[in-house]
Write a protein that binds this ligand. Structure first.
Ligand code: IMP
Length: 408
């Protein structure tokens, strides 16, 4: 079976934890898009691991992980991540493979990324990891792929500084590089997880352009970046937080009001640890935006949702979610493509009673308080998509499975 996991908001939904949890039953975990702009946090026995490039399945000793064709890979970031894992006792030799079609991030791309964004009138607020520049080199057909490392004529076109940068990594990169299309085809019956990065609303095509990342963070990207056709993908899971966050600039209609909701924002940021894993930046926080979530469900054919961070709401007596936008004098229920429209959109909020008790030790959905069930089931109806997994804490055990995606 092939299962895709994407973020259904603006990234940071807790995909890392969910991939780690579901990887238990997988044999191969493929990261299909993005680069070291991602930050996936996984907590095992109070030990925290922050992964940027390597799929979360690496934390199990027997899984194979693949950095897919849709990725952009900074070798320095990759080897520093591998060394961090090795130092913490995780064996990576012979388990980490890189698609020959993945592109390489060069230091000069990182410099251009930072300069370009700083020079914009309204910066996107990129992570400064060279992501957009590497993807634009790819589109211009000027990029360097892993496959090119052994193509002398192509390598001769690189600058001296590029060679100096790549030299210490070349041999190891070459041993990890695979023909990913045949690797996956030869293992077509393996239980495979396709791990997305960023989120549906940061997708270059479907997201809030130009305030997006440059990779394919929607479900369709799993096919391209995973070297399979769309029909090979059996299930698509969308991970979302019980509220919404966003890092960097760009429209965010349900964002907490800086003056009137500052206290709530501070509470969510502190309780939900809403600081970027890659940049340390405080995340912008807001109400759960159901208009945006429903759009993500439809445009990604999400079969089931995974809700995370529900426990952050444990102590609140009232919870609100955005169910429509007011734009000018119109009520809008569909997610607009226009940044201008989104920037002027005011959230129409619906209120839900809080449950005012800890969800931490619940083992099944049936043990949830009625109020938490009401919130969950409203979201299911609104998005016309079931919520099959609910996460109520960072640890693997704080995961309530209503239906496992590995079962039919
Ligand atoms: P870039 O991917 O570094 O080019 O950044 C483009 C936009 O995507 C910025 O607003 C970033 O903050 C955002 N972004 C990129 N990666 C992530 C992520 O993993 N989580 C959340 N936001 C991200």
């Amino acid at each position: 079976m092939k299962i895709v996991i994407i973020g259904a908001q603006w990234g940071d939904e807790g995909k890392g934890k969910i991939v780690d949890y579901l990887a238990n039953e997988a044999q191969i975990i493929v990261r299909f898009s993005g680069g070291a702009n991602a930050g996936h946090t996984i907590v095992i026995d109070n030990e925290e691991y922050a992964l940027h490039l390597i799929p979360a399945g690496i934390l199990y000793p027997d899984k194979l992980v693949v950095l897919g064709a849709g990725m952009v890979i900074d070798p320095m970031a990759l080897f520093s991540e591998l060394s961090m894992l090795n130092k913490r006792g995780i064996e990576t030799t012979g388990r980490v493979f890189i698609s020959d079609r993945a592109h390489i991030v060069l230091p000069r791309y990182i410099e251009i990324d930072k300069e370009r964004d700083a020079a914009r009138k309204i910066p996107i607020g990129t992570t400064g990891r060279g992501i957009g520049i590497t993807y634009s080199m790819k589109s211009k057909r000027d990029g360097i792929r892993l496959a090119d490392l052994s193509w002398k004529e192509r390598m001769d076109e690189l600058e001296e500084a590029d060679h100096e940068f790549l030299a210490p990594y070349l041999d190891q990169l070459l041993t990890m590089t695979i023909d990913m299309a045949s690797f996956i085809q030869h293992r077509k019956n393996a239980q495979t997880l396709f791990e997305g990065a960023q989120g549906a609303l940061l997708d270059l095509d479907l997201g809030t352009y130009p305030y997006v990342s440059s990779g394919m963070s929607s479900a369709s990207g799993a096919a391209l970046g995973g070297c399979v056709g769309p029909r090979a993908l059996d299930k698509i899971l969308g991970v979302f937080k019980a509220y919404t966050t966003r890092v960097g600039n760009g429209p965010f209609p349900s964002e907490f009001n800086a003056s009137s909701e500052d206290e709530l924002c501070g509470f969510i940021r502190k309780t939900g640890r809403e600081f970027g894993v890659t940049t340390g930046r405080p995340r912008r926080c807001g109400y759960l935006d159901l208009v945006a979530l429903r759009y993500a469900c439809f445009t990604n054919s999400i079969d089931a949702l995974v809700m995370t961070h529900l426990d952050v709401y444990d102590t609140l007596s009232e919870i609100k979610a955005c169910v429509a936008y007011r734009i000018g004098d119109k009520m809008v229920e569909d997610f607009p493509s226009s940044v201008q429209a989104l920037n002027t959109a005011r959230p129409v909020l619906r209120s839900f009673p809080g449950w005012k008790q800890s969800l931490a030790d619940r083992l099944t959905y049936e043990e949830f308080p009625l109020e938490a069930m009401e919130y969950i089931e409203f979201i299911e109806r609104f998005c016309e998509t079931p919520i099959h997994i609910v996460s109520v804490g960072y640890e693997r055990k704080a995961t309530i499975i209503r239906k496992s995606p590995w079962r039919q």
